[in-house]
Every structure is written in C-alpha cells, then in structure tokens.
Design a protein around this ligand. Structure first.
Ligand SMILES: O=C(O)CCC(=O)C(=O)O
Length: 282
C-alpha cells in the first residue's frame, strides 16, 4: 500500500494492516520473549509501560513504514504514550463471541476514568497499533473492528444501546510480524481464542505531543483532579526507567523521551522558578 492508500483507509475505514514489519524470525523471537515476561507477572504490575519489563520490540517501534503514517497523522513531534504486552489464551468456549460488545480505549472510552466527555471531537488524537507476534486468525480470536465507527462521534463504552452488533464487523486476519494500525476512536474488541495456541501481541499507542497523559500517572495533579471529579483513572502508566530508555536507538528515544523518569519531572525549585522567573514573560 502507498502512504496515500494507508491514510485513505484510516480516514474511511479507520484502520489498515501493515504487513511484514517484523520478519518471521523477529516475530518468533519477540513472541518467546514477550510470553516469558507476561508469565512472570500480572498486567497490574506492568501497567501500560510494558517496556520497563521487556524491550524486545523496542528496536522496531520507529520502523519507517509505521513512522511515515504516524507523522502524517499526528505530526513530527508525535510520541509513544503507552505500551502493553498481551497474551490471549485458548478457551474451551466452542462458539465465537456474538457480534457487538465493542469498545474504544483511553482517552475516548467513557467507562473508565479521565476520558473525553460527551460528543467526541472529529479529530485523530491517537493511533493504536497491535504488533502481531503470532498470526491473527478467526480461529485464535483475532481483533474485531467495526469499520467507520471512528466517525460516530460516540463510543459504545457505557452506552448499552451502542453495544449492539454492527453489520460490518470485521475480523483482522494477518501473519505474525504484521501491525494493525487504527484510529484510537475505532470500535473494536478481541475475539474468542478457539485455537490450541496463545495469541500474543503488543499494543503501542502513538499520540501528538499535546495530548495530556498525566491523568494516568498516580500522584499527578490531573490524576487527583479526575479522582475528585469521580473519574478515577483506571490502569496506570508508570514512567519509563531511564536505564531502560538508554538501551534504545536514537529514533526510538525520540518517541519516548517525554516519558522517562526523573528527566522531565519538575523539582519544587524548578516549579517555583517557572512561576517567578520574569524572563518567561519577556
Ligand atoms: O484482544 C484483542 O485483540 C483486542 C484487545 C483490545 O480490545 C484492547 O486492547 O483494547
């Protein structure tokens, strides 16, 4: 697909599939590594900073074919705001999930905390990418999307009437090493894994520099404000450890530098200087 074709798909359907971003060997190695880490702990420990615990995908996160789309959609200062490792085990359930039951993720989702309220703005503020470390198939419960729903201006979270099936629901099938790229507003869900093996993928979110993610960080001012408003943010995105960050190639560092512990956290003295330093007003 050309860049124009990809952007058109994102605009009309809300998603496209980038094939062979990882070679079969790279995907297989990342699968083994990701699975081993996920089996060590729980999602609660990892938060959405899975990179602190596993770095196997880091060398690829600024892949040129992904970045050309990210930059075209979100600008040249776009950055990665969350990373998660996901393992979907086989289930004994014989039937696939019934249609419906779709959702969108933060900040569009309106069932968790710190979300965009009311009518959703018609603007792309994040691209979600699912990096497939195993194949995605109907049999193993590949992600299901409802094309075009990113334009709905509403989302299904918390609205029972919107949880109905959409006639165009589509299950994304692709080989390991592919990346599903979608507009963060797109309604989606995981299917039922009726195969004999796990389905493993990373979720990586890209967003423009101006998207405020602090509500996801415990003890931040925004987290407290949202909590007081009754929207306690669920899930957390701990800072990226600097010793981990140092391992990454420069183009990947560019995407992650906003997230590193210590480096960008204002000390009390700096905060006071920012208030009183008259040179800021000149
Ligand atoms: O399991 C999947 O394919 C979908 C996961 C999902 O819906 C999500 O991470 O928000």
């Amino acid at each position: 697909m050309t860049l124009e074709e990809k952007l058109l798909s994102l605009k009309i359907e809300g998603f496209y599939i980038e094939e062979s971003v990882l070679s079969p060997t790279q995907a297989a190695e990342a699968y083994v590594s990701t699975k081993a880490t996920l089996q060590e702990g729980s999602g609660r420990i990892f938060g959405s900073t899975f990179l602190n615990h596993n770095q196997c995908l880091a060398p690829y996160l600024a892949a040129p074919r992904i970045m050309e789309v990210v930059v075209a959609m979100l600008g040249s200062s776009a950055r990665i705001i969350s990373t998660s490792g996901n393992l979907r085990e086989p289930t004994a359930q014989a039937e696939p999930d019934p249609p419906g039951g779709l959702h969108v993720d933060w900040p569009w989702g309106q069932s968790g905390g710190s979300y965009i309220e009311g009518q959703l703005p018609d603007v792309v503020i994040n691209l979600t990418t699912f990096w497939m470390l195993t194949e995605f198939s109907q049999q193993n419960g590949a992600t299901i999307v409802a094309p075009g729903t990113h334009k709905a201006g509403k989302n299904p979270n918390g609205y029972p009437e919107l949880k109905q099936a959409r006639p165009t629901e589509y299950q994304v099938e692709a080989a390991a090493g592919s990346v599903l790229v979608f507009d963060g507003r797109l309604w989606h869900k995981g299917g039922t894994n009726r195969s004999a093996s796990d389905r493993v993928f990373w979720g990586v979110n890209y967003a423009p520099w101006w998207l405020n993610c602090h509500a996801r960080r415990p003890h931040s001012v925004e987290h407290r404000i949202q909590t007081q408003a009754g929207h306690t943010p669920t899930g957390h995105w701990p800072y990226l450890r600097s010793e981990v960050y140092e391992l990454f190639p420069q183009p990947v560092k560019q995407l992650l530098r906003h997230w590193v512990d210590r480096e960008w956290v204002m000390s009390k003295a700096e905060a006071e200087a920012a208030i009183w330093d008259v040179s800021y007003f000149q």
